[in-house]
Design a protein around this ligand. Sequence first.
Ligand code: NAD
Ligand code: AHE
Ligand code: ZN
Length: 370
Amino acid sequence: MRTRAAVAVEAGKPLEIMEVNLEGPKAGEVLVEIKATGICHTDEFTLSGADPEGMFPAILGHEGAGVVLEVGPGVTSLKPGDHVIPLYTPECRECEYCLNPKTNLCQSIRSTQGQGLMPDGTSRFSMLDGTPILHYMGCSTFSNHTVLPEIALAKVRKDAPFDKICYIGCGVTTGIGAVINTAKAEIGNRSIVFGLGGIGLNVIQGLRMAGADQIVGVDLNPAKVEMAKRFGMTDFVNPTEVEGDLVGHLVELTGGGADYTFDATGNVQVMRTALESAHKGWGESIIIGVAPAGAEISTRPFQLVTGRSWRGTAFGGARGRTDVPQIVDWYMDGKIEIDPMITHTMGLDDINKGFDLMHAGESIRSVVVY
Ligand code: NAD
Ligand code: AHE
Ligand code: ZN
């Protein structure tokens, strides 16, 4: 079939909207009509050329929601008409990783996914002249239609609005999951969230659900303060307004350091500040942000010797086929909020405006509605 997609033709260039060819689903695969997709900072990271796994031409996008149109041979858990959220972290329920309760990082298709290919080592997308186009994070939600493995789709209820629940495909689940699944934050915790964007606000939302006593937000952009307060931030720190040592300031503000700190910036200097502002003896710092190729984290080992832990999380530690339908229920039951964070919506033709708004710090989440 033919479909319309925003193609990342080259690193650092705007996406090009074009008709592309899409082959139908093979064994174990599913054809999905994407109804809406968010634009996550990770899409920008890859488009910028900073992603070691970034390859072009590719169809980016990994925060979508849509409807199953067709299933390939052997698919048993989905049928045409089902509503689904694509999963960049699949859940095969069979691999060594899925069978280990300590991780959500299903590895059954990770190597081909990282090469922009379907599990059989080929792409379903091509340009009209036949040039192959790569998949991205196994999702490629910047295409109106896409093909995914069955294990990379969460089946969700049909009354949930696509233009909101697409955000559960990455930002909402990552932020809330980092608190609940990764930190396992206790009632009464004091925490610091670095970066008050589409992920950091959901960390704040997760901390409020977990009963935090203090939620400090740190951002260079004061325009993020109002929304962060709405979601539960109790204190705001703009590093440019702190005289002297930022770590010292944060440690004092949290009464000795935070129980949990979260990096949602992708900046390795910020990651160090986050680790060092965690409480001596027990503070845990969780890296969510994705750093550019070649970037490395550092600190004095003494920081770890004296009881701080450095950890990381992908997709908030969530097992997508199991957890995502539940998070959709939380949204539909009013337990979590999504709508205010979706500050802009646009059609596919205007997708580059979504990236411009992100660069300008004017949006929280832009959502493309097909
Ligand atoms: P975003 O652009 O919406 O938000 C980033 C925020 O960080 C902005 O508000 C910005 O002003 C702030 N910021 C930037 N530099 C800063 C600094 N030095 N100090 C303080 N604040 C600073 O991005 P997002 O969509 O929220 O994504 C955040 C990060 O999380 C990105 O690196 C993204 O790639 C990553 N991410 C990781 C996962 C995962 O599974 N680990 C999932 C989604 C996104
Ligand atoms: N390809 C990058 C790493 C990108 C990355 O860390 N991705 C996160 C999800 S970000 C979603 O917005 C993730 O899931 N990582 C685990 C994995 O297996 O990719 C690089 O540095 O090579
Ligand atoms: Zn993302």
